[in-house]
Design a protein around this ligand. Structure first.
Ligand SMILES: [Zn+2]
Length: 70
């Protein structure tokens, strides 16, 4: 991982290589979907701290195939 390309994931804040995967500022497909889901549900208009509950509906998404499509 090249430190110069490392950016914090927009969803969870985990540092990830911006150019390593075609995911934009996200560390995984899961985090990308979490962000997308926020926009669809308009959660961004609500100001509240993130909790584990925000991610609970995405638990089923976790898996090697999603994070590593190859
Ligand atoms: Zn993330």
């Amino acid at each position: 991982m090249n430190p110069r390309n490392t950016v914090p994931c927009a969803t969870c804040g985990t540092p990830a290589d911006f150019f390593e995967k075609p995911l934009g500022p996200f560390c995984s497909v899961r985090c990308q979907m979490v962000d997308l889901g926020r926009w669809f549900s308009e959660d961004y208009r609500i100001s509240e701290p993130l909790t584990a509950d925000h991610f609970s509906e995405y638990e089923a998404w976790e898996g090697k195939a999603l994070d590593q499509p190859d």
